[in-house]
Write a protein that binds this ligand. Structure first.
Ligand SMILES: Cc1cc2nc3c(=O)[nH]c(=O)nc-3n(C[C@H](O)[C@H](O)[C@H](O)COP(=O)(O)OP(=O)(O)OC[C@H]3O[C@@H](n4cnc5c(N)ncnc54)[C@H](O)[C@@H]3O)c2cc1C
Length: 469
């Protein structure tokens, strides 16, 4: 078969790219994915997973996710709703069924493997389809996060020890013969998934004393209040962005940036006695942090190597464990650190991060540039990949590259106009809708621009003071 674009992967990234390409061109698109429905890893997520960020600016550009309501209960109370896993997969499926397929311009191969050279192999029948790509093959698998239910843990588990992914927690009500419902838990891992599992246990009645938590590294966390899209949050989001740039401009080191942001309430950490070494843009509410602080039995001895009945061998020693402990494996890494490559090359596109941490915006913008950019050199100038932070120092180039991309986009009239109204850029829309007569908020915007210059000029000094080892 013939197609203009062959997109490998129908996760959030492939879907956001295809959606904008459909709207901005008359191209024919073929999508292939091993999963049975669009949404990628969200199909394998634990049932209580939610977005880190408000639904208002996640998904594809053409179709709202959620209904822009604010939560009225729970730790996200007062802030814009966060879609859960089932809601996200239903959303992507509807986009496929109601928009992509009826357009007559999308061919979709679910439950199929892309094996290279334009060949698609059905997982269920082994049937092969050869696709002739007229324009470009699009790799929408760059991020492909690893999730607990499908990853292979790096530690070994002896017989008699029960380890489950967080997907198994809501099934614990089911009392199997000879397997009582556990009441002692040990959460393995310190990322957002581990935090979700801990919050789920606490909100469902587990006692804080019954939970142990293996934390190999502490993490800085973004305060979700700073990520709200509505004008009523202007001071927190745009004002917060301006304060963040002031912190970058004034700090003496990368650590100092984070401490300054903590004092502004923008960055959070669970334990104030420990200096975090990790930053992956995990975003939480202060309500979640308060809950997590209730867990005092924290094990800081590096990573788990093996678990036997009664003992856990860790990088820095062995820890005695109570028998009957249920281990919750949250050690899958949602981040794959890959070296950046050019986004556009002859015959192919590799979708990467263009503004940290907005994955969906990056994919949609790549499609816009593909549809309207002059040639690959021009397109690559507009889409310089942003390296995802591997350590604290990585926050500097991630911010720097994001800001430089934003500046280049602002110099392109049509792209600037598209960005003003894309729903995937929560803040852009807020700025576009700002009343010119609102002098107070216009002053905050002006200050943000001045601070951006000061922040950019201090970034090389920050990197010299805290090299990226
Ligand atoms: C718990 C959690 C919460 C998150 N919250 C947010 C958030 O709030 N905001 C945000 O921006 N990001 C968030 N993320 C980051 C998230 O990873 C991205 O938003 C996005 O879902 C990544 O999508 P993807 O399409 O790159 O990857 P995937 O979802 O992994 O999709 C890639 C797809 O490619 C398919 N594939 C790969 N290779 C092949 C092949 N050879 N043949 C056929 N198919 C193939 C896979 O089957 C898969 O379906 C979160 C991540 C996690 C784990």
């Amino acid at each position: 078969m013939n197609t203009d674009y062959l997109i490998i992967g129908s996760g959030a990234v492939g879907m956001a790219f295809a959606d904008t390409l459909l709207d901005e061109s008359d191209a024919h698109i073929t999508m292939v994915d091993r999963h049975a429905t669009p949404g990628g890893h969200w199909n394998d997520a634990y049932s209580f997973v939610t977005l880190h960020q408000p639904s208002a600016y996640y998904g594809v550009n053409s179709t709202e996710l959620g209904s822009r309501r604010k939560d009225e209960s729970g730790p996200n109370s007062g802030m814009y709703e966060l879609a859960g896993g089932p809601e996200i997969t239903t959303y992507f499926d509807k986009v496929m069924q109601h928009k992509f397929l009826p357009s007559g311009r999308v061919s979709y191969f679910p439950m199929s493997n892309y094996v290279g050279d334009g060949r698609i192999v059905s997982l269920l029948s082994g049937a092969q389809t050869a696709v002739t790509v007229q324009k470009k093959t699009v790799d929408a698998t760059w991020f492909s996060p690893s999730v607990p239910s499908t990853h292979t843990p790096k530690f070994t588990v002896a017989q008699g020890v029960r380890v489950i992914p967080p997907n198994g927690l809501p099934q614990l009500w089911l009392q199997r013969e000879g397997q009582p419902v556990p009441n002692k838990f040990c959460i393995l891992g310190a990322g957002k998934t581990a935090m979700d599992a801990a919050v789920w246990l606490l909100r469902n009645g587990a006692m804080p004393e019954s939970i142990q938590w293996v934390v190999p590294r502490d993490s800085w966390l973004v305060n979700r209040l700073q990520t709200q899209p509505g004008l009523e949050f202007f001071n927190e989001s745009i004002g917060g962005e301006s304060d963040k740039l002031a912190a970058f401009a004034e700090a003496k080191s990368v650590e100092d940036v984070f401490l300054k942001l903590e004092s502004l309430g923008q960055m959070l950490r669970i334990d104030r006695n420990h200096c975090p070494a990790m930053f992956h843009y995990a975003t939480v509410s202060t309500g979640e942090v308060e809950l997590l602080r209730k867990i005092e039995r924290v094990i800081r001895k590096g990573r788990v190597q093996s678990i036997a009945p009664g003992a856990m061998v860790m990088d820095q020693g062995t820890v005695a464990m109570e028998s009957g402990t249920l281990y919750v494996d949250c050690t899958a890494s949602a981040i794959s650190h890959r070296k950046s490559e050019p986004v556009f090359e002859e015959g192919r596109i590799k979708i990467q991060l263009l503004r940290a941490p907005l994955v969906a915006l990056s994919a949609a913008l790549t499609a816009y540039v593909e549809a309207h950019g002059a040639d690959d050199a021009h397109k690559n100038q507009l889409c310089v990949p942003v390296p995802f932070p591997e350590n604290l120092a990585g926050y500097v180039p991630a911010t720097q590259n994001s800001m430089m991309n934003q500046f280049r986009w602002s110099q392109d009239k049509a792209l600037r106009q598209w960005l003003r109204y894309t729903r995937l850029d929560g803040f852009g829309k807020m700025v576009a809708e700002l009343d010119k007569a609102d002098t107070e908020r216009q002053a905050v915007l002006a200050q943000l621009r001045t601070r951006a210059m000061a922040a950019m000029s201090n970034m090389p000094h920050l990197l010299n003071a805290s090299p990226m080892v």
